[in-house]
Design a protein around this ligand. Structure first.
Ligand SMILES: NC(=O)c1ccc[n+]([C@@H]2O[C@H](COP(=O)([O-])OP(=O)(O)OC[C@H]3O[C@@H](n4cnc5c(N)ncnc54)[C@H](O)[C@@H]3O)[C@@H](O)[C@H]2O)c1
Length: 258
C-alpha cells in the first residue's frame, strides 16, 4: 500500500512509540496528524515533520472525529496507528481482606477506557471515513495498526487492568479485520515487549529499573528502540498481504510473574 501522498493518524503520537512512528510515516511521504493529549510535545513534533497536531482524547468521539476530519482535509486517510495508552499497577486485593483494599474499580475502568475503548473508538470513526477512499489497484482503502503489549499474553502481578485492556486489543483484531475486509481496510496489532520510551519515566531510578528489566530479554539483551517498533508498524501498513495478525516485537522475552 502506498503511503506517500496520503494522510495518517498516529494517536499517542507526541511521545515514545507513536512519535517514532509519526516521524517514519512523515519520512515515507505521509502528512501525519499527531493526535495526543500532550499539546506542547505534539505541536512541536507536528511542526518538525510537516504534520498537524490535534488535541485528542482517544476516548472522546468529538475529539477523534476532529482528528479524522483534519486528516482527510490534508489528503486521503490511508494509515492509522493507535499508540495512545496508559499503564497502571495494582494488585486485585489488598493484604487485610477489607473491601476497601481491593483494586480501585475506577482506575480499572480508566485503563480500559483509554487503552481498549479509545483504540476501538479511533478504529470505528477513522475506518468510517477511510471506507470512502478511492481504492488502489489492489482494492485497498487503508490499514490500521493497534498497539497491545506482551502483557496481553504474559501479564505480571499487578497488571490485571493493563493486561485486560491489551488482551481486548488483541481480541478485537480478527473481528475488526473481518468487518473492514468488505471495504478493503486491513487491521493488525503489535505486542511490544520492553521498549525504551518515556512510559518508564526519566532519571536515575528509571534507568536502573530499565537495566533490570533488560536482563530478562532473550536476545539482544537490551530494551527495544522506538524506531524498531516504528519500522514494524510501517511495514504492517505498507505490506498489503499482512492482515488480521498480532505480532510480538520483544526480542524473545516471556515475562515472569513479577
Ligand atoms: N514502551 C513499552 O515498553 C511498551 C510496551 C508494551 C506496550 N506499550 C504500549 O505502547 C503504547 C505507547 O507507549 P509508549 O511507551 O510510547 O508511551 P508514552 O507514555 O511515551 O506515550 C504514550 C502517549 O499517549 C498519550 N496518551 C495517553 N492517554 C491518551 C489519551 N486518552 N488520548 C490521547 N493520547 C493519550 C500520552 O500523552 C503520550 O504522549 C501504549 O499503548 C503502551 O501501553 C509500550
Amino acid at each position: 500500500m502506498e503511503i506517500n501522498g496520503s494522510s495518517a493518524i498516529v494517536t499517542g503520537g507526541a511521545s515514545g512509540l507513536g512519535e517514532a512512528t509519526a516521524r517514519l510515516l512523515a519520512q515515507r511521504g505521509a502528512t501525519v496528524i499527531v493526535a495526543d493529549l500532550n499539546a506542547d510535545a505534539g505541536e512541536a513534533l507536528a511542526k518538525e515533520i510537516g504534520g498537524q497536531f490535534v488535541r485528542t482524547d482517544v476516548s472522546s468521539t468529538d475529539d477523534v472525529m476532529a482528528a479524522v476530519d483534519a486528516a482527510i482535509a490534508k489528503a486521503p486517510l490511508f494509515s492509522v496507528v493507535n499508540c495512545a495508552g496508559i499503564g497502571w499497577a495494582s494488585r486485585t486485593i489488598g493484604k487485610d481482606g477489607e473491601y476497601g483494599s481491593a483494586h480501585d474499580l475506577d482506575l480499572y475502568r480508566k485503563v480500559i477506557e483509554v487503552n481498549l475503548v479509545g483504540t476501538f473508538n479511533v478504529c470505528r470513526l477513522a475506518a468510517s471515513k477511510m471506507s470512502l477512499n478511492t481504492p488502489d489497484a489492489d482494492g485497498s482503502r487503508g490499514a490500521i495498526v493497534n498497539t497491545a503489549s506482551v502483557a496481553a499474553e504474559d501479564g505480571q502481578i499487578g497488571q490485571v487492568a493493563y493486561s485486560s485492556s491489551k488482551g481486548g486489543v488483541v481480541g478485537l483484531t480478527l473481528p475488526l479485520a473481518r468487518d473492514l475486509s468488505a471495504v478493503g481496510i486491513r487491521a493488525n496489532c503489535i505486542l511490544p515487549g520492553l521498549i525504551d520510551t518515556p512510559i518508564y519515566g526519566t532519571g536515575e531510578a528509571s534507568e536502573e529499573f530499565k537495566a533490570r528489566l533488560g536482563t530478562g530479554v532473550l536476545f539482544p539483551k537490551r530494551l527495544g528502540l522506538s524506531e524498531e517498533f516504528a519500522s514494524l508498524a510501517v511495514e504492517l501498513l505498507a505490506n498489503s498481504y499482512i492482515n488480521a495478525e498480532s505480532i510480538r516485537i520483544d526480542a524473545g522475552i516471556r515475562m515472569p510473574p513479577k
